[in-house]
Design a protein around this ligand. Structure first.
Ligand code: IPM
Ligand code: MN
Length: 363
């Protein structure tokens, strides 16, 4: 298959994890005979430095015209206090692509148990999926910014809620059939709208699914005490941002977590959930797994290459099984590998799995 992937490395460790993903995708293309081409663009601080904007119109158009977009990370102290913030580039990109549903799977691997602050008996069997609304809410409402007073408006329309709830429910159908809505309906008007709309969509369109509703403060606690009970969790933009960072600790490291942002248009967006980690940028120590797993989501959701996506996930799991990990996950008595070494190990495992399958098929 032919595909044009837009790569936006961004800032901090973004370029290192983007290079890892591109290497893996190049290898996948070689093995399965696909024709992937990669275009590179600037976003975030890198774009501010180059042209004064956090993302240019030309880059946004190139993203819209591509088959899929991969983003590394944006931001860093270098751009604090500036007139334009690097994060504005990412928000503009999400809006331009219309990717309203941000899918963030949380599936702890035993190799992360030691690095997690949560007890292993609470981590075993956890397999949940966040669906975070991504193009509305307080992130995009009117802002007033003054020295004496500031405000951020949170607003949602019923349609904006319904479409993301529908996406989440569809995902729950293919899983364990449970949807949890997280809101703050005891205080916020937008949350009361979320509740009404969710209950209606679920009753009318997904009557066989189980619906649970939780207030966000309780959800923050339940995520640590009974994460296993969750299947798909749908929530608004801000709550989703906060809860998914919390949930990443179930996996032992932020560096493990992938995401896919989907809309109704052609190009979707894939990014690890971690930030630009300026403190370790350029040192070849960042964990590339969240980025590589985002690449697997790209293969699956944007290109429909299920076998290839599965091979990448299997390769990642094999590396984790063998303790081939970066320093965020390495135990005291374990040698930590570099970003490039882990990437190469994943590539070797992809090749290894493919050869094994071919041998199996020959018999
Ligand atoms: C994320 C990030 C972004 C967000 C920032 C960089 C704007 O934290 O993808 O979770 O808040 O959405
Ligand atoms: Mn975040």
């Amino acid at each position: 298959m032919k595909a044009n992937v837009m790569m936006l490395p961004g800032d901090g460790v973004g370029p290192e994890v983007s290079a890892a993903v591109e290497k893996v995708l190049v290898e996948v293309a070689r093995i399965w005979g696909h024709d992937f081409s990669f275009q590179h663009g600037l976003i975030g601080g890198a774009s501010i430095d180059a042209c004064g904007e956090a993302v240019s119109t030309a880059t946004l158009q190139a993203c819209q015209a591509s088959d899929a977009v991969f983003l590394g990370a944006v931001g860093g102290p270098k751009w604090d206090g500036g007139e334009v913030r690097p994060e504005q580039g990412l928000l503009a990109l999400r809006k331009a692509l219309g990717v309203y549903a941000n899918i963030r799977p949380v599936h702890p691997h035993p190799s992360g148990f030691a690095a997690s602050p949560i007890r292993p008996d609470r981590l075993r069997g956890v397999d949940l999926l966040f669906v975070r609304e991504l193009t509305g809410g307080i992130y995009f409402g009117d802002k007033v910014e003054g020295a004496d007073k500031a405000s951020d408006l949170c607003s949602y329309s019923a349609d904006e809620v319904a479409r993301v709830v529908r996406r989440a429910a569809q995902l729950a159908v293919g899983r364990r059939g449970k949807l949890t809505l997280v809101d703050k309906a005891n205080v916020m008007a937008t949350s009361r709208l979320w509740r009404q709309v969710t209950e209606k969509v679920m009753a009318e369109e997904f009557p066989s699914l189980e619906l649970e509703v939780l207030l966000v403060d309780a959800a923050a606690m339940h995520l640590l005490s009974r994460a296993r009970d969750f299947d798909v969790i749908v929530t608004d933009n801000l709550f989703g941002d906060i809860l998914t960072d919390e949930a990443s600790m179930l996996c032992g490291s932020m560096g493990m977590m992938p995401s896919a942002s989907l809309g109704d248009g052609r190009a979707s967006l894939y990014e690890p959930i971690h930030g630009s980690a300026p403190d370790i940028a350029g040192q070849n120590v960042a964990n590339p797994i969240g980025a590589i797993l985002s690449g697997a989501m790209l293969l699956e959701y944007s290109l429909g290459l299920l076998e290839e996506a599965r091979a990448v996930r299997r390769a990642v799991n094999a590396c984790l099984d063998h303790g081939l990990v970066t320093r965020d996950l390495a135990a005291m008595d374990q040698t930590a590998l570099s970003t490039k070494q882990v990437t190469q190990e994943v590539i070797d495992q992809v090749n290894g799995c493919v050869i094994q399958n071919q041998v199996a098929a020959a018999y």
